[in-house]
Design a protein around this ligand. Structure first.
Ligand code: 2P0
Length: 334
């Protein structure tokens, strides 16, 4: 029996990916830049089953059925389409576990599909280098292409003129990073309330209906270049300012969709105020938000405890849940 396990970590985009130019090949409208974290890890084991056996998928001890299973089976089919027939005919047993604080609303398709790419490629004997693994992970979930690498990562939009060349050139790569750029991230976990629209659907709606989308695409390419330069130069202030601006522009672009896509919650805005107050006090802290109400705050590693403590205090005296994270490693197989 062939069984391969892989571990991948979540990443948080500093220059956001929001919108695809090709949904089938999972080609993004823009490049994006992220930080892989040490927290929020997915471990996935893929075991080859006998010829013709149906795929079995288990996530955190629960057997998946329906659409969530189908998403994994389609991904396995993509892997099987690239291997010899004697292997391609075999089903797979997939067992996946997320090390995410329960109820934090932080389970990530990025770590999930990066780990699945590593484990499935290993089990089916698909010999891919890291670039190939990043391209493969991209087909499961765009942001997963970035979790193949640790630290600061850039996912390139790739060749825009031709989908085949785009598929070959849209991969993530680790970014040259100034050795003294010592960053960390405080994740403020807020009550999600009723579940908002999923990010894939929300992206498609933004692309189709937001009049701001063309401006988002144009500006994001500039932000990705500027963030790449700031990471190489070790300029945390410039990087933080780009990151917060990119997140606000992404949310503005989706708020302009019809119907509006809104992940910002009242409590999110309170945290954004608290981050601005930290900056007014001379502490370097910059906020970013994804497809949910939680706020992630980039800061210098030496300020992490201070930032985490400041953000844990809500205006009404209640305590917010804050998770402290540092840069983490890329995909590895075991
Ligand atoms: C990102 N997000 O760059 C952006 C910012 C959320 C907001 O990538 O459709 O799960 O699977 O490619 O990667 C979340 O979307 O979407 C995401 P698909 P994905 O991190």
């Amino acid at each position: 029996m062939t069984a391969v396990s892989a571990v991948a970590h979540a990443n948080i985009a500093l220059v956001k990916y929001w919108g695809k130019r090709d949904g089938a090949l999972m080609l993004p409208a823009t490049s994006s830049v992220s930080l892989t974290l040490d927290a929020f890890r997915t471990t996935t084991t893929v075991t080859l089953l006998p010829e013709g056996a149906p795929d079995e998928v288990e996530l955190d001890g629960v057997r998946l059925e329906g659409a969530p299973r189908t998403k994994v089976v389609r991904f396995l089919d993509l892997v099987r389409s690239q291997v010899p027939p004697e292997l391609a005919g075999r089903g797979a047993g997939v067992v996946s576990r997320n090390d995410v604080p329960t109820g934090a609303g932080l389970a990530s398709s990025a770590s999930a599909f990066a780990a699945l790419a590593g484990a499935a490629a290993g089990a089916y004997g698909l010999d891919l280098d890291r670039r190939g693994l990043s391209r493969l992970a991209r087909r499961g979930s765009g942001s997963a292409s970035r979790s193949v690498f640790g630290g600061f990562v850039r996912w390139n939009a790739g060749d825009l003129d031709d989908p085949v060349r785009g598929d070959e050139t849209s991969y993530a790569e680790p970014l040259p990073t100034a050795p003294d750029l010592d960053v960390a991230m405080a994740v403020v976990v807020l009550d999600a309330g009723p579940k908002a629209i999923g990010s894939r659907e929300a992206m498609a709606s933004t692309v189709a209906t937001s009049p701001y989308f063309p401006a988002w695409v144009e500006h994001t390419e500039l932000d990705a270049a500027a963030a790449t330069a700031a990471i190489a130069a070790g300029d945390l202030t410039v990087l933080g300012e780009i990151a917060e601006a990119s997140a606000m522009r992404m949310h503005a672009t989706m708020l302009a969709a019809y119907p509006a896509v809104r992940y910002l919650a009242p409590a999110s805005l309170e945290v954004l105020d608290a981050v601005a107050a930290l900056r007014a006090d001379g502490v370097g802290a910059w906020a970013t938000m994804d497809a949910g109400p939680n706020v992630k705050v980039l800061c210098a590693a030496r300020d992490l405890e201070l930032v985490g403590e400041a953000l844990a205090l809500a205006p009404d005296g209640a305590r917010r849940r804050v998770l402290l994270a540092r840069p983490g490693p890329g995909l590895r197989t075991e």
